[in-house]
Design a protein around this ligand. Sequence first.
Ligand SMILES: [Zn+2]
Length: 226
Amino acid sequence: MIPVFNYVTGKFDPSIHPLFINLDKTDIPVSRKGQYLRKETAESLSLMLKDFHKDHPEIKISVISATRNFNSQKVIWEEKWTGRRKITGISSINEIKDPVKKGELILQYSSMPGTSRHHWGTDFDINSLNNEYYSKGEGKIIYHWLLNNASKYGFYQPYTAGRDTGYKEEKWHWSYLPLSKQFLQDWNTLYSGNGAGFWKELSFKGVEHVGNLAPIYVNSISSECR
Ligand SMILES: [Zn+2]
């Protein structure tokens, strides 16, 4: 397979990829060790956080999830698919017999492996995976600041409110557009050029039922991220 295929589908190890940096070697606060981003993403994020702290020295923004490659996304997906990991609002996934419905429930917040923007080293989640957090107190201050300032550093929110397809709103997920715009294009070119062959090297539970939904989820993003 050509390298760009492996890159945009997350079939690589960011810890040994020369274009990635371990956030432990930067001044970016993280919730756990051993998280990676593209160097360009990390540099711009570091600048943005410095400026945020000038305005709000008392509030901490930390990265809680950065690059997840195919294998780590596959673990998340399959734990949800088999019911080992709970899906918000669903008591038992195993009671849902229609595999497409089951996939769509997981797809509210989790992407199929091979289709996540977290593969690219451009996207990361901050502070809390709960939209409510961003509606009051520190969370509200952070989100408001990001809406007004993040674009100056190249960061945009792909999963905004008001889209009628794709993942639900995610106020915690931000993308470094100077790089991610190209990776989105690459992903679409590879998907449309490969047809069913796209999934040949990307196996995970349920792919035969939901694989064809991937382009909808990949492309249902805010207009500024397209
Ligand atoms: Zn995310």
